[in-house]
Design a binder for this molecule. Sequence first.
Ligand code: HDE
Length: 713
Amino acid sequence: MKNFQDEKQRDLSINKSDGTNKFLTTDQGVRINDDNNSLKAGERGPSLLEDFILREKITHFDHERIPERIVHARGSGAHGFFEVTNPIPELTKAGFLQEKGQKTPVFARFSTVAGSRGSTDLARDARGFAVKFYTQEGIYDLVANNIPVFFIQDASKFPDLVHAVKPEPHNEMPQAASAHDTFWDFISLMPESMHMIMWVMSDRAIPRSYRMMEGFGVHTFRFVNAEEQSVFVKFHWKPKLGTHGVAWDEAQKISGKNPDFHREDLWEAIEMGNFPEWELGVQIIPDKDEHKYDFDLLDPTKIVPEEIVPVTIVGRIVLNKNPDNFFAETEQIAFHPGHIVPGIDFTNDPLLQGRLFSYTDTQLSRLGSPNFHEIPINRSVAPIHNNQRDGHMRQEINTGRVSYHPNSLGGGCPYQAKIAEGGFSSFNERIDAHKVRERSESFNDHFGQAKLFFNSQTDEEKSHIVKALRFELGKVETTAIRVRMLGLLSQVDRQLAEKVALGLGATVPPILETPINKGVSPENEGGNQEPQTVEQAVESSDALSMVKNPTNSPTIASRKTAIICADGVSEAAVMNIKKALKKEDAKGCIIAPHLGSIVTDSGGAIAADFSFLTASSVLFDAVYIPHGTMLNELAENPEVMEFLNDAYKHCKVIGADGDASSIVSGAPFVAEMTNYDSGIVLTSDIASPGFAQEFITAMSQHRFWQREPNLYN
Ligand code: HDE
């Protein structure tokens, strides 16, 4: 099996163009002499139709946009590689998983789901986590999300779900938000969505960074080995930096201050050499265990708890190169869960089966041609030979007269590959059934795993879920929808429903055995099975909590600290913290009242990275005020207090030394602090040897959620 040492070999297949030191030309290659003036009859006269240069330029411009993705329109991507760390040839014959150290080029695209292409990165939403592997046996796409379950069980409900969450059709509002009537109307009538609802109301739906999210294949897939034996498999991506979120108030403010927050974060990390990295893990379930569990492996609203089937790490991806051109790469990349290679196969999950139709269909409408596989970012590195011909924008010049099979004129070529030669053959699953429009009864437990998720959260995380639901349902105008939701929530957790109800000024309805109270709409009565709650084999799972998540590590690599300065700041203090942060691969940014240079206490100069106008507390992970002779200027600046207040409210580390400590200890929030808050690092000493380390240790806890008023205390 050939190895890709880096992505350069793949780059060769991409048509790149660089205008440096080149003549400006038309699309037909004619050199342009004047690109600033259109052709006119006289210098003040009308433009002439014969101006082929103007017409070509404007026509191309008029057609620059293509339809955005129906869902996942807002996204960012990067190149990198996948490396096998633990080969699994006994489980799968997939060529790219056979040898330790084997590398395969990849392109990953992360996205929100509901918003338009220009919407904010920080919407409360699931995130897409799609990876294209350019394997030697063809393209393999793992089109995953950062949440391991989905809202619905059957593909036929997907257009309804998406219509419900998208801006309402009469007034196109709200953008990139689920907090509106149509979404919750639909959800309140779809009890199968309750597990997913728990996840999207948690901080998983407001990640700190794309680099700090897990990824999940959601559906159960199959691995098939060389002996044509199959096991079931669930895919997991585990982030090297751990799984972290932001506060909801912070997310909303970031959306205003920098809607490109996640895009910029991914781009900058790669430019700075902090290459984002995830491990690829698999949960393996033997074929014979298909019916062993209290949930159905084919049901995409269920996880397999890691306590029951642990995750085996098989490799890692590293993203080490930003795209050269957003449109050509990130926008034109076409993912499809049906892009699989020998050794990987589907299951009969009815959501997955629907996806297998949808993704080619959507590329036809978005990219406009069945030749979308010829766009450089979509090209396979494995050679392509078949009898597909023609179509819009065909790039390939197929030679010869034969475009059919079987043929004798072309010597029978291209010819079929035997399985031993790498020919794909579907897993030989036995199917013996009636043709029905029905859902299996084994899909009926809509509350059991929602409960498991909720029970696995810390009190702070439970509190966030309550607040998210109060926010979302608080934006719903129709009382009946709110009440219906409270009815459903009460079947997940009575206390949860009561706490949400308190915020809404409503009461939780009794659980009546009427379909409406179960969330089933009257017209569906009898059509849907009665939802149930099945007792789970595990009561709680740490992997489901972001705080208790086993992936979490104390690293602060690539985190950002705002160093608040003004003229007179201690140069030694600034250098000291910057050096300490750099050692941890973290960054200190100088924020000052104005851009340009800040004069230090020793008469030196430090360049400001941002002014208070161009920076904001919500864009940083921690705030530090060094000592110096600038105390009065900063203490009187309301922007400084806003910085500190937001950092406190969003549970971040705040540090100060020497006289600057008094700015922090004079802040109004200090009075609210009930016990010693380890996230506030203060010292009156101006040369405390341990200060920088204490600050960094505090930063490594990421967030001090215990600071917030907790609804579960
Ligand atoms: Fe998708 N989904 N989806 N989806 N999905 C698309 O394909 C669809 C589902 C996911 O960065 C579309 O090229 C249906 C689950 C990601 O380009 C479209 C159903 C999961 C991305 C589509 C689902 C996903 C998409 C829109 C239910 C998690 C972005 C544009 C049957 C495993 C990929 C496009 C990228 C994109 C259809 C459900 C993940 C319309 C019909 C479950 C990460 O084809």
